[in-house]
Design a protein around this ligand. Structure first.
Ligand code: BGC
Length: 261
């Protein structure tokens, strides 16, 4: 637990499931107040609100399309109206689907880029404007992926979006460091979340993925949430512009394990 997080106000985009809900719960345990954004899963978001309250924090669920300026502004307003301030902004919402690149429909390219990259830009812009208008320090955390670094055939749009988030974060970190606004990425590997549920329900695919992780297991959402709590806390006060991989070693070229090569 980080004492200084108690009472702090966070917005979490895509908080109705998976890593977003796990971060909400952790923030609840920290005694924080959380605006849990969702797009279509109102039930999931309400369940996340209950989880946060049970954990000891406070929360509201707010529908908004984070791919639009109005959508992200709704979330800033919700933080101020419900909890009086905004301290931490988590760009967590993301999506993926599989296509060979020569068959990837433009509409799917645009959808993935819009949520995973444009959404990060718009959320960051809204948060920056709030922090700057109040002349206060700020903290932004983006859910990137190991695929900001590792190419991923049949997910070119996804990898492009996460590669974009990497350099976006580094650039914004440099630009606003003098304002004491920090921005960092978390790069999860294979985590047990709804996005992966179908894949990991298949024993063969589960075994294939597990072999790609030096720690030889799939990660838990709360292990990603722990990284978010640290980046949100003052313990990381001198850290900006990094990607913290939470991946059991997936980014370490696991095929070289045992001295292969
Ligand atoms: C994706 C998962 C995938 C993992 C490792 C993540 O960014 O969302 O579907 O299992 O990367 O490849």
């Amino acid at each position: 637990m980080y004492q200084e997080l108690k009472g702090k106000v966070a917005v979490i985009t895509g908080g109705s499931k998976g890593i977003g809900t796990a971060i909400s719960e952790r923030f609840g345990q920290e005694g924080m107040k959380v605006v849990i954004n969702y797009n279509s899963d109102a039930k999931g978001a309400e369940a996340a609100v209950a989880i946060v309250k049970k954990a000891g924090g406070d929360a509201v669920a707010v529908q908004a399309n984070i791919g639009s300026e109005e959508g992200v502004q709704t979330l800033v307003d919700a933080a101020v109206e419900n909890f009086g301030d905004l301290d931490i902004w988590i760009n967590n919402a993301g999506m993926e689907n599989r296509y060979s690149t020569h068959e990837l429909p433009l509409a799917d390219w645009e959808k993935v880029i819009n949520v995973n990259l444009t959404g990060v830009f718009l959320g960051t812009k809204a948060a920056l404007n709030y922090f700057l208008s109040k002349n206060k320090p700020g903290n932004i955390i983006n859910m990137s992926s190991v695929h900001e670094q590792i190419p991923w055939p049949t997910f070119a749009h996804y990898a492009a979006s996460k590669g974009g988030v990497k350099l976006f974060t580094e650039t914004v970190a440099m630009e606003y460091a003098p304002n004491n606004i920090r921005i960092n990425n978390i790069g999860p590997g294979a985590i047990n979340t709804p996005i992966n549920a179908k894949k990991f329900a298949d024993p063969e695919q589960l075994a294939t993925t597990t072999k790609m992780v030096p720690m030889e297991r799939i990660g838990k959402p709360e292990e990603v949430a722990a990284a978010a709590a640290w980046l949100a806390s003052d313990e990381s006060s001198y850290v900006t512009g990094i990607t913290m991989f939470v991946d059991g070693g997936m980014t370490l070229y696991p095929s070289f394990q045992g001295g292969n090569g």
